[in-house]
Design a binder for this molecule. Structure first.
Ligand code: ZN
Length: 347
């Protein structure tokens, strides 16, 4: 049964939850069902949500429900340890404050020991976004919210595109699809939405670019590690009927996530379909071609791309531009062969 999610400001979110005793397991499995139903309902409204902690529905017990990575179910009485001190900074979000993003620091790697639904002890070693996810959910059990871990006073922002997602709540399938986005490339216009992008009929703003991946998790990891794109905590798992109608693909099912492009608020959306058709990558192929990044050091960036499983299409070249500017360019590729241009302009 779907339950109400407690929202930021509710004092119950700040309580420390109690361990689950074995005798309570049967009763707690009802809570697990409620957590799952609540998570699914949240996903239908916001298109995000990978885990939820029991205190978020007003049950002060040390129980997390998660559907992400290797975990698909309940974690009872989890304990976290951090194998090394390495930290990472990222944007965190929470079902208790949808649309608010908080820049926080988390451990890059963590080990979680917990009891599963059959009360068997389990251990997971998590890294990156899954490490962050479990640290976030674990905090809920101690009454700690991401807002309390804000890196500084400027750590708060509103999720890009939040307005559209909100507008999709209860909307017809036709309008909801616009917020969930499909397999298209966004219309390019003035990113700031200034008057220059205002043809008759309303203004136009660049929104996002989609990249269809054979393995979206791997490809997303590549863009995060090699080029510093950051997950904005919006994953997608959509198989509703409107997607089938929108794409014309029978049984269409997309999964993926949004990565914030450096220097702008807009995202690169890396999605996979259950069935992905092979693409032909060639620099002189007609159609949308490649994504370009300006970097401080082209050779160094290329090195990172290669180290993370990417490739190189041509040579690193230098070209002279007016005003004593030297440009450095290289065409590289991500591990699935999508072309990436790396460039630098220096006086
Ligand atoms: Zn949360």
């Amino acid at each position: 049964m779907e339950r109400e999610i407690l929202l930021l400001g509710d004092p119950r979110l700040n309580e420390t939850s109690l361990p689950v005793a074995r005798e309570e397991l049967e009763e707690m499995m009802l809570v697990v069902t409620d957590l799952r139903d609540t998570l699914y309902s949240f996903r239908r409204r916001y298109f995000v949500g990978r885990a939820i902690a029991a205190p978020q529905i007003g049950v002060p017990k040390r129980l997390i429900y998660m559907e992400a990575g290797p975990v698909n179910g309940a974690l009872f009485n989890p304990r976290l340890t951090f194998p090394d001190g390495e930290k990472m900074e990222l944007l965190d979000d929470c079902m208790s404050f949808p649309n608010l993003l908080v820049r926080v620091e988390r451990y890059r790697r963590c080990v979680v020991d917990y009891l599963d639904q059959d009360w068997r002890p389990r251990r997971l070693e998590l890294e990156g976004d899954l490490s962050e996810l479990i640290q976030h959910e674990y905090d809920h059990l101690d009454g700690v919210l991401a807002t309390m871990r804000a890196a500084d006073g400027r750590a708060f922002s509103i999720r890009p595109g939040a307005q559209e997602v909100g507008a999709a709540v209860g909307a017809t399938a036709g309008t909801a699809s616009a917020a969930a986005s499909g397999a298209s490339i966004g219309v390019v216009s003035d990113a700031a939405g200034a008057a220059s992008g205002t043809p008759e009929g309303g203004s136009i703003r660049y929104k996002h670019t989609n990249l269809i991946a054979n393995n979206w998790r791997r490809l997303s990891g590549f863009y995060q590690r090699a080029l510093g794109l950051q997950s904005i905590g919006q994953t997608r798992d959509i198989s509703e009927n409107w997607l089938e109608r929108m794409t014309g693909i029978p049984g269409a099912h997309i999964r993926g996530e949004h990565l914030k492009l450096p220097g702008v608020e807009q995202t690169l959306e890396i999605f996979g379909y259950d069935e992905v058709l092979p693409g032909v990558q060639a620099l002189n192929r007609a159609g949308f071609s490649h994504i370009a990044f300006e970097v401080d050091d082209v050779e160094q960036a290329l090195h990172r791309v290669l180290a993370e499983g990417g490739g190189q299409a041509g040579e690193v070249v230098k070209a002279s531009y007016p005003g004593g500017v030297t440009a450095t360019f290289v065409y590289a590729a991500d591990p699935e062969g999508n072309l990436i241009e790396l460039q630098n302009f220096r006086r």
